[in-house]
Design a protein around this ligand. Structure first.
Ligand code: SPV
Ligand code: MG
Length: 551
């Protein structure tokens, strides 16, 4: 459910129609109070078929009294937040209608515009006071004037099913049952859709006496705040239509907040309350954060999250004493470790899930924002085994890269634009200085920038030139992207290769060759220089020139 603006329910009926059905239902129905968007959502999720937008609770969440201190437009604005995030009908506690018949007319029109299903008005004077504060001292509205307000409201509604509930305060104000019934008759004649009979006694006898004499001429709504412990079977037997739990969400929120505030203040830490309060994730869920992420993919052209797997297990013993205490990827280049430079590049492309497979001296890896996994057999296994170590963190879109690479930012940025299941980055620059063991890439076509968008596929990677296969089109730089079905290809290949006797010696080129042999199309993304890897001491000087903009 995340069309947050729908006025209709999942069943397709309008909220007004649903509220009318609740009032007409032969079952006892329940509304629960809500006072803002998130509480409304919680009430709906709990399974309530309707919401009571309580004047008391709405005032309280604003931090003001239930005396019409909040303006009615402030109330209606809050109702819009509530109807935006729910589909069940909302019955507004509209106090006295916020004025005379004319204010009532405007109120009804505004409520319809905001998808509120009905309004309950009480026969007191504006500004009202909550019924539980000196109820006897409150003067009731003149019956004729109040009937005029009901009629004006009914005449203003555009949707026939919009409900106007007439609330009778005669019992609260100490007038007795006969006056309550006299008023109920008059309000029914004026066109009310239901009556709400309110009582502040701790037992239900007043409302039961009313119900017995009223005989359901219109549906009867009750608010068992003071007589809350009456079994609901009693209401069913009395033929009550709707019981409203009128203030329980604001009271739950107040108690929860007071407890948390006191504990955090007392202990100077949220540690004690952390497990008792909602997680941030739960708050995001109630806000519908997931829906926005989906919408972003659809409308904002935002690419799905890409992750990175960095293979950084080897010591790099060619780098002599520089790696006595740290793996190669932690050697600083112009003051920053290689791995730090690499993760900076990822972050620049909003790749934030970075898994580094360490091996040699993993504790010496100190780079923020990465997840370190370890290949315990790094000294007798190859890159394939390290990649296996990261398998539990594979994602549907990931860049796999050697940890000793330095490259210009555009190389990764452009790679992220390529639409292929698996794509390898191949440098077609002739005569690039080579240290270590180059990975020669043989491809279906050479790098020809005059032919745009020509798909090129990998045919083989070898570590020495192989005249039998022809001329290499360039060097694989040790970076690839795997996405969509490519992830399954990769995992299948890892499974296939596990049974090979030489498994422990295998590297990523063996994996790529196996994929090619299996008929998988590995796309080639050509670049022309602008990268280097660090294999030997001489590379470090080049690396430092490279990072200062040269190379
Ligand atoms: C409300 O919830 O604001 C009500 C019910 O009007 S009561 O507080 O009982 O008056
Ligand atoms: Mg109220």
């Amino acid at each position: 459910m995340n069309d947050l603006t729908l006025a209709k329910s999942a069943s397709g009926s309008r909220r007004t129609t649903q509220l009318r059905a609740l009032l007409a239902s032969r079952e006892l129905e329940f509304l629960l109070e809500a006072h803002n968007g998130i509480s409304a959502r919680i009430v709906e999720e709990a399974g309530f078929k309707g919401i009571w937008a309580s004047g008391l609770a709405l005032s309280a969440q604003f931090g003001v009294r239930d005396n019409n201190e909040a303006s009615w437009t402030q109330v209606v604005d809050m109702l819009e937040f509530m109807t935006d995030v729910t589909r069940v009908p909302i019955l507004l506690d509209g106090d006295t209608g916020y004025g005379n018949f004319n204010n009532m007319r405007r109120l009804v029109r505004k409520l319809e515009q905001r998808a509120v299903a009905g309004v309950c008005i009480e026969d007191k004077q504006f500004p009202k006071t909550n019924s539980f504060i000196d109820g006897e001292r409150q003067s009731l509205a003149d019956i004729d004037e109040f009937c005029g307000k009901i009629k004006a409201g009914k005449d203003s509604q555009h949707d026939d099913d919009f409900c106007i509930v007439a609330r009778i305060e005669a019992l609260i104000a100490g007038w007795g049952l006969d006056e309550a019934l006299r008023r109920a008759e008059a309000y029914a004649d004026a066109g009310a859709d239901a009556v709400l009979i309110h009582s502040k006694l701790p037992r239900p006898e007043q409302i039961l006496a009313f119900a017995q004499r009223w005989q359901n001429r219109l549906p009867v709504i009750i608010v068992p705040t003071k007589y809350y412990n009456t079994p609901t079977a009693v209401y069913r037997k009395a033929g009550i239509s709707v019981a409203i739990w009128a203030n329980h969400m604001i009271r739950a929120a107040v108690a929860g907040m007071q407890e948390a505030a006191a504990a955090i203040r007392r202990t100077e830490t949220p540690v004690d309350v952390e497990d008792r309060i909602a997680s941030i994730g739960e708050v995001f869920r109630l806000q519908g954060a997931d829906e926005l992420q989906l919408a972003e993919k659809r409308y904002a052209g935002t690419r799905a999250a890409v992750s990175a797997v960095v293979l950084a297990a080897s010591r790099g013993s060619e780098l002599a004493t520089l790696t006595d205490e740290r793996p190669k990827v932690m050697i600083p280049v112009a003051g920053k470790p290689l791995l730090g430079r690499l993760t900076d590049e990822f972050k620049r492309q909003r790749i934030n899930e970075i898994v580094v497979v360490a091996g040699y001296k993993p504790d010496a890896i100190d780079v923020p924002g990465i997840r370190i996994l370890t290949n315990p057999d790094y000294d007798r296994t190859g890159e394939l085994a390290s990649l296996e170590c990261a398998r539990s963190r594979f994602s549907d879109d990931m860049v796999v890269v050697y940890g000793d690479l330095l490259f210009r930012s555009y190389i990764l940025r452009d790679l992220l634009e390529v639409e292929a299941e698996i794509v390898v980055v191949v440098d077609s620059a002739e005569g690039a200085r080579v240290s270590g063991m180059p990975d020669y890439a043989y491809c279906s076509a050479p790098d020809d920038r005059s032919i745009l968008d020509q798909p090129v596929y990998l045919t083989r990677i070898t570590q020495s030139r192989d005249p039998a296969v022809g001329n290499p089109a360039g060097r694989w730089i040790g970076m690839m992207r795997v996405r969509g079905a490519g992830r399954q290809w990769l995992e299948d290949a890892l499974d296939d290769l596990r049974s090979r006797a030489d498994h422990d010696d295998l590297g990523l080129p063996d994996l790529l060759n196996h994929l090619v042999d299996r008929g998988r199309r590995i796309a080639v993304h050509y670049i022309h220089g602008h990268w280097l890897d660090v294999n030997a001491l001489g590379d470090l000087e080049r690396a430092s020139i490279f990072t200062s903009g040269g190379g």
